[in-house]
Design a protein around this ligand. Structure first.
Ligand SMILES: Cc1cc2nc3c(=O)[nH]c(=O)nc-3n(C[C@H](O)[C@H](O)[C@H](O)COP(=O)(O)OP(=O)(O)OC[C@H]3O[C@@H](n4cnc5c(N)ncnc54)[C@H](O)[C@@H]3O)c2cc1C
Length: 222
């Protein structure tokens, strides 16, 4: 039987920790209270006014005691630099859960393809289903942006870090994917910018992956 949807409600939470986990990126840990979510869900953090509201994927697992978010600071952005300044005991108001990026069947062959902070909902899948062993491709600019690398690698059957601006052979997830052969019966989850999602989808379709096996979560749209 399909699980019932959880209704989005407005919550008030306290910051427990705000930790830099890589240059320009931080993990915000907040009290969970009665907030229910599934792996892949998002919350909308409310800014001082509605134009500052922003959506973030939950990176913690479904049964974890706190809510964790992985946030990259967009230096020219409005909200992420403000969230970077949050301190323990500060209040965060949010609405959630939102979104439709849900894990369909943890027992299928699984491929996860993410760029940047797009690894967050995929790690929530992994933390919720510790026996899952997907193939993971993570694309970032430099090695220090491979957020949660040790944990993701440990939880993966195969892990492909793709560095677009480092090393002798810079590589994007699209370059790595071209050399690989996802099985036709795999569910493939993509999370990151829309351009990456479009390019990866094209490659997967060329590799005869059915479009209904490709599940996507775009973070930004240019
Ligand atoms: C479904 C969903 C889930 C998301 N989950 C996360 C998450 O888990 N962690 C996270 O850090 N962000 C996530 N985002 C992006 C987040 O909502 C904000 O867009 C981001 O934090 C920038 O907000 P800002 O106000 O600082 O920048 P803005 O003032 O909104 O934007 C400034 C510029 O940066 C661009 N931009 C926005 N987001 C990004 C990005 N991620 N990378 C590069 N450029 C960007 C904008 O298009 C704009 O040109 C998610 C977005 C969506 C739609």
């Amino acid at each position: 039987m399909a699980a019932l949807p959880i209704s989005a409600l407005r919550y008030r939470s306290s910051v427990l920790q705000n930790q830099t986990i890589a240059p320009g990126a931080f993990e915000l840990e907040m009290t969970r209270g009665g907030f229910l979510y599934r792996p892949g869900d998002e919350i909308v953090i409310h800014g001082r006014s509605q134009p500052e509201d922003r959506t973030y994927s939950v990176v913690s697992g479904e049964n974890d005691p706190t809510i964790k978010l992985l946030i990259r600071i967009i230096p020219e952005g409005i909200t992420s630099p403000l969230l970077a300044l949050l301190k323990p005991k500060d209040t965060v108001e949010f609405t959630g859960p939102t979104g439709s990026f849900q894990l369909r069947e943890p027992d299928r062959p699984l491929w996860f393809i993410a760029t940047g902070t797009g690894i967050a909902p995929l790690l929530s899948f992994l933390r919720t289903h510790p026996n899952m062993r997907p193939t993971v491709l993570h694309g970032v600019r430099t090695g220090e942006e491979l957020y949660y690398r040790d944990e993701v690698e440990q939880r993966s059957a195969a892990y492909y870090p793709c560095l677009s601006r480092e090393g002798e052979h810079p590589q994007r997830v699209t370059d790595a994917l071209k050399e690989l052969a996802p099985p036709a019966d795999a569910d493939i989850y993509l999370c990151g910018g829309q351009p990456m999602i479009n390019s990866v989808r094209t490659i997967l379709l060329e590799k005869n992956i059915a479009s209904d096996r490709i599940i996507t979560e775009p973070y930004f749209f240019w």
